[in-house]
Design a protein around this ligand. Structure first.
Ligand code: NAI
Length: 361
């Protein structure tokens, strides 16, 4: 019998409002009964930060840790050193950058995620964020809710998506879905930068053109969407210097990971007008501190901010998919078959699977 530690956000009353809200401590991905029926102990908590957190207390003798990117239990090198019995970390969702993968490899701890489980959800959120920013929806909505009526105040910073050049950094599952959904808007051109090209027929059907360097792509785009994983070479990628290579007044949308962008540099670019807008739902760390500059940053018109908490990949439809995928991974592990879907494996047996490097598999 092993201990399974499940780290999820707490939902309180919301869990009572909606029983389909599986991804919270109250509903435990719907897997408590099943885990116990397999003879294992389940400990669930949302208390994950600080030295005396439940996560720190229970990781010491946990065999399995399950967490999500929405309320990530950061499985650092220090925590792995304490976790003498830990064999497998499962991400209920996509993106396992909250685990120190090198430290996991040194100990032979496997890391898996539910690849594909929420890619459609994120792609929809990206398209929504692009529309919200380009059309300047947020200030317009805030204005009417506050009883106001000032059309010009909104119109002076509002545009069409039609006719704009859009580029994606990463053309994996999400990147492709974003472009598919944007095509009917009549955008002028769709570009992508990725170190893996798409097959020519897929590229043609999508109507996308590959650009050889990131800088070259950024210089042409009115709208940029980031859809690559966070790893050593994407951490802090969008800093002051790279943002200066973008077209002046472009919109930037990041639903990949907060740490891909340098927070102060983004806020500064919005203030200076180098960026017209920034939106997305990912922050570093999560939950974001009250003082995080992305909570309050604005452009010179007092607009241009379309941030939300990390919600894009955790709508109710997505929760069903990542809960089921998590159970399937655990089933393979508990049964000893270890016959995982190859695309779910990040690291195993002390080595990186190709996905850890952001390869599409
Ligand atoms: P994917 O593995 O299907 O595609 C990732 C693509 O990024 C691959 O084509 C890869 O070659 C490319 N890539 C890697 N490094 C790159 C670099 N330095 N420059 C350009 N391209 C690079 O992954 P998927 O499913 O599309 O997800 C992408 C990321 O989105 C995840 O790693 C995760 O961080 C984030 N995500 C966010 C969610 C949310 O709720 N906001 C939910 C799901 C994923």
């Amino acid at each position: 019998m092993g201990k399974v530690l499940l780290v999820l956000y707490s939902a309180g009353q919301h869990a009572k409002d909606e029983e389909k809200l599986l991804g919270c401590i109250e509903n435990e991905l719907g897997i408590r009964q099943w885990i116990e029926s397999q003879g294992h102990e389940l400990v669930t908590t949302s208390d994950k930060d600080g030295e005396n957190s439940d996560l720190d207390k229970h990781i010491v003798d946990a065999e399995v840790v399950i967490t999500t990117p929405f309320h990530p239990g950061y499985i650092t090198r220090e925590r792995i050193a304490k976790a003498k019995k830990l064999k497998i970390c499962v991400t209920a969702g996509v993106g396992s950058d909250h685990v120190d993968l090198n430290a996991a490899n040194e100990r032979g701890i496997a890391v898996l995620e539910v690849t594909g489980s929420n890619v459609q959800s994120v792609a929809e959120h990206v398209v929504m964020t692009i529309l919200v920013l380009v059309r300047n929806f947020v200030p317009a909505h805030e204005q009417v809710m506050a009883g106001g009526w000032d059309v010009a105040a909104v119109a002076k910073d509002s545009y069409d998506v039609e006719g704009k050049v859009v580029g994606t950094v990463g053309i994996g599952r999400i990147g492709q879905r974003v472009l598919q959904r944007l095509k009917p808007f009549g955008v002028k051109e769709m570009l992508y930068f990725d170190y893996q090209g798409l097959p020519k027929d897929v590229e043609q059907e999508l109507g996308a053109r590959r650009v050889d360097t990131l800088e070259e792509m950024l210089g042409q785009c009115d709208i940029v969407t980031i859809n690559c994983p966070l790893h050593e070479s994407t951490k802090g990628l969008f800093n002051k210097e790279l943002i200066s290579k973008m077209k002046k007044g472009a919109w930037l949308v990041n639903t990949a990971r907060g740490a891909i962008c340098v927070e102060e540099d983004v806020a500064e670019a919005l203030k200076s007008g180098q960026l017209r807008g920034y939106g997305g739902d990912v922050w570093n760390p999560q939950p974001a501190p009250k003082s995080h500059p992305w909570r309050s940053m604005r452009n010179k018109y007092g607009a241009g901010n379309a941030m939300t908490p990390h919600i894009s990949g955790t709508c109710l439809d997505a929760q069903i998919r990542y809960a089921e995928g998590t159970k399937n991974i655990l089933d393979e592990y508990f049964s000893g078959r270890n016959n995982y879907r190859p695309q779910d494996v990040i690291v195993i047996n002390g080595d990186y699977a190709t996905k850890a490097y952001g390869q599409r598999k």
